[in-house]
Design a protein around this ligand. Structure first.
Ligand code: NAD
Length: 399
């Protein structure tokens, strides 16, 4: 038992709070329970299920549709006095709630890029379900290890030429200029390997080869476009090249014409473990939060995934733009929102930072990623860092 405090290093927090994670998972479940439900898929695989958009997808599938969920995560259990990762605690809490509510929920902890984890996942699907109806691909990873041991690392750089714009140092609360250097061709290729669609396609191919995909199954992966001030670092940067590849993969999966429809959902910019590491974007997000909250249209991961599943993806034909993308960034990209964001972006500096941006909202979301700052949790209490994921505990380390 120990008192757990946040220990922030750079863009991550090296501790996580089990009670806080549990409270925050519960509030996401309560959100979905308190809203109307469409009919939807009953057997859902979520790859990258422990945090951010993947966790919210899992919660929405389970509590909107009553779906059985199988989550693939890559998280650390507690060890000695060291806390588990927040994704571990989120998953332990999700399974505890789901099982208490009579819902099937199992989890596989391991590297989703590996063949071993794909095989384990398929074994469970074949044994427990026969076939899967929905595959959510929500990985955000810094690197990918190939079967021959080669490691590719993704980079968050521009393509072609350097780009200078404002950014925020969240520690010192200073707005300063940053120049982001262009990625080399090798770095772009590596980023596509990690965050592009190759691994998504491998999952679909492996599931199909095992005859583990339902007729008319759906698969969805997530992307981001954003406004012009972020394009050089995101949509037109190295990560954007990977997202182009993800889009092409969606087209290829659907074009195979074997009943599986693949979609890209373009989601809103939100504070998650992966977006916190992108230069320029955290300042944009802080301003965006300010403007969207003022207009009453701010959403978090759960509101976004609730809309995706209940209003865009499973209400008859999927609601897409001309390029077959689902636009959950519709509210973020409204002209009124973007023109106010742009105005604030142009005048923001260290002196007027608190007035022009929702720094408190950014910080709150950042700490909540690790279970800190949840209502009703006693953060001064001695807390047990051990919190088992039920399905993993029941099966000796593997589901
Ligand atoms: P996140 O960091 O919150 O979650 C990523 C998940 O992937 C975590 O559960 C993590 O454990 C898991 N993961 C990472 N490597 C893994 C591995 N090797 N094996 C198994 N699991 C692994 O990220 P997020 O922001 O929710 O991003 C999910 C997707 O949404 C990404 O494709 C991202 O580009 C996209 N997206 C994010 C935003 C945003 O603003 N955060 C906006 C639009 C789209």
């Amino acid at each position: 038992m120990t008192v757990i405090k946040p220990k922030v290093r750079g863009f991550i927090c090296t501790t996580a709070h089990p009670d806080g994670c549990k409270a925050l998972v519960k509030s996401q479940i309560d959100y979905v329970k308190s809203h109307d439900h469409a009919d939807g898929p009953q057997k859902v695989l979520i790859i990258g299920a422990s945090m951010g958009y993947g966790l919210a997808s899992r919660i929405t599938a389970a509590y909107s549709f009553g779906a059985a969920t199988l989550g693939v995560i890559f998280d650390k259990p507690a060890g000695g006095a060291r806390t588990a990762s927040s994704g571990w605690y989120n998953t332990a809490a999700f399974e505890e709630f789901a099982h208490a509510d009579g819902l099937y929920a199992k989890t596989i902890n391991g590297d989703a890029y590996s063949k071993e984890i794909k095989d384990k996942t398929i074994d469970i699907i074949k044994n427990d379900w026969g076939k899967v109806d929905l595959i959510v691909y929500s990985l955000a990873a810094p690197r990918r290890k190939m079967s021959d041991g080669t490691i590719y690392s993704s980079v968050l750089k521009t393509v072609g030429k350097p780009y200078t714009n404002k950014t925020i140092d969240l520690k010192t609360k200073k707005v300063q200029e940053i120049t982001v250097e262009p990625a080399s061709d090798e770095e772009i290729e590596a980023t596509i390997k990690v965050m592009g669609g190759e691994d998504w396609q491998e999952w679909i191919d492996a599931l199909k080869a095992a005859d583990a995909v339902s007729e008319n199954a759906v698969t969805v992966a997530y992307s981001y476009i954003g406004p012009e001030m972020t394009h050089a670092i995101y949509a037109d940067g190295s990560i954007g090249k990977a997202k182009d590849h993800l889009m092409m993969t969606a087209k290829n999966i659907t074009a195979a014409d074997d009943g599986i429809k693949a979609y890209i959902s373009v989601n809103k910019a939100l504070v998650t473990q992966s977006s916190a590491a992108i230069p320029i974007v955290p300042l944009y997000i802080s301003i965006l939060y300010k403007v969207m909250k003022k207009h009453g249209v701010h959403e978090g991961c759960i509101e976004q995934m609730y809309r995706l599943f209940n209003q865009k993806l499973f209400q008859g034909e999927a609601v897409t733009d001309a390029e077959c993308r689902i636009r959950l960034d519709d509210l973020e990209m409204q002209d009124t929102i973007q023109s106010e964001v742009k105005e604030l972006w142009e005048k923001i500096n260290t002196e007027n930072l608190e007035k022009c941006a929702d720094l408190d909202g950014y910080h709150q979301d950042f700490y909540q990623l690790f279970g800190f700052g949840a209502d009703g949790v006693d953060y001064d209490a001695d807390t047990d860092v051990d919190y088992s994921i039920e399905s993993i505990e029941n099966t000796n380390g593997c589901c």
